[in-house]
Design a protein around this ligand. Structure first.
Ligand code: NDP
Length: 330
């Protein structure tokens, strides 16, 4: 099998790429430049020369994936912007999310070898901000009500990001149901993805948004506010992407993938205990009891794909240890 992984140099994309390679799949990763591919191989020398690269400078360009898709049997579309630095809602967020999804799925429609596609969607695509509250239980049946037009006019970057994921996933299901589509779709909806970083990063400021939120407790004067209180480990998400295109039961499924609820005070507390030599860099705060602001139910993916979530303490230790390593190298 030849797997196309878009955004292979991203945080989730690298973990997904590694998961496929470890299981013996051939992988073609898309990156924006050869330089990114070279840095990726330098970080993972065991796969040097064992991974194919396709340069896709902008996933939103018409025909962006027409070359990269040739001969591919499985597709994992992870590339999409995840940051809050939005100056132009359409250019910086909505267009790459929506058009990127369209371009890769239209390319897959024209390539007869493609059998399965897994899309990295998000809990952002499930979440309805108006329903937040201790009585609500979110499942994969729920959809964020945001629209392209509401997001075009919005001024809160988290809202715009969440909307971008919703409209992209909605488009993916629309294309998947067209008669000319010959592959099956599975969508994965993770919350904040934490866990070890394995993508190449040029500086500590350039760590991706979600792992960066864990790193933000280090050298902070006070424990930073928790931006989003639900999490999952990137290694579990990578495993779900592999199963999403290999397990029969995953065909046509949307999976909510939440391991648990958390608070940054818990991160600080775990970090101080796990890294005593770094404790003076981490604020000392009483860990909250982590009582959830809303409920979630991820039992479908647990049951159907046999997922047993990596624990929070392990996840936080491994996240920070991977970033302390990068700090030493830089
Ligand atoms: P990263 O920023 O690490 O990865 C995003 C990837 O997408 C990068 O490889 C980036 O390339 C690529 N990309 C973005 N826009 C374009 C574009 N216009 N053209 C070409 N490539 C582009 O973030 P994550 O790994 O966290 O995100 C990956 C996916 O996971 C996204 O779909 C995101 O929505 C989803 N997700 C992430 C969560 C999280 O907490 N991390 C939670 C839920 C979903 P480059 O680095 O060159 O810019």
């Amino acid at each position: 099998e030849l797997v196309l992984v878009s955004g292979a140099s991203g945080f989730v994309g690298t973990a997904v790429t590694l998961a496929f390679l470890e299981k013996g799949f051939r992988v073609r990763g898309t990156v924006r430049s050869q330089d990114k591919a070279d840095k990726w191989e330098a970080k993972h020398p065991q796969y040097k020369g064992k991974i194919e690269w396709a340069i896709v400078k902008d996933i939103a360009e018409k025909g962006a994936f027409d070359e990269a898709i040739k001969g591919v049997t499985l597709v994992a579309h992870t590339a999409s912007p995840f940051h809050y630095d939005v100056k132009d809602n359409e250019r910086d967020m909505l267009i790459p999310a929506l058009e990127g999804t369209r371009q890769i799925l239209r390319a897959a429609q024209k390539e007869p070898s493609v059998k399965r596609v897994v899309l990295t969607s998000s809990f952002a695509s499930v979440l309805d901000f108006d329903k937040l509250g201790p009585e609500t239980t979110f499942t994969e049946k729920d959809w964020n009500p945001a629209t392209y037009d509401s997001a075009k006019k919005a001024d809160q970057p988290p809202y715009i990001y969440c909307a971008s994921k919703k409209i992209a996933e909605e488009e993916a299901w629309k294309i998947a149901k067209e008669p000319e589509t010959k592959w099956d779709l599975c969508t994965v909806c993770p919350p904040m993805v934490l866990g070890p970083i394995s993508q190449p990063v040029g500086s500590l400021d350039a760590i991706n948004t979600s792992a960066g939120a864990v790193w933000a407790v280090v050298d902070a004067k006070e424990v930073p506010e928790t931006t989003f209180p639900v999490w999952v480990d990137v290694r579990d998400i990578a495993d779900i992407h592999v199963k999403g295109v290999t397990e029969d039961i995953a065909k046509g499924k949307r999976y909510l993938c939440i391991a648990g609820h958390y608070d940054n005070t818990q991160i600080a507390s775990i970090a101080r205990k796990a890294f005593p030599d770094q404790a003076s860099r981490i604020p000392d705060a009483k860990p909250s009891d982590g009582s959830p602001h809303f409920k979630t139910d991820s039992s479908l993916v647990e049951k159907e794909l046999g997922i047993k979530w990596i624990g929070f303490e392990q996840c936080i230790k491994d996240t920070l240890s991977s970033i302390f390593e990068v700090e030493k190298e830089l």
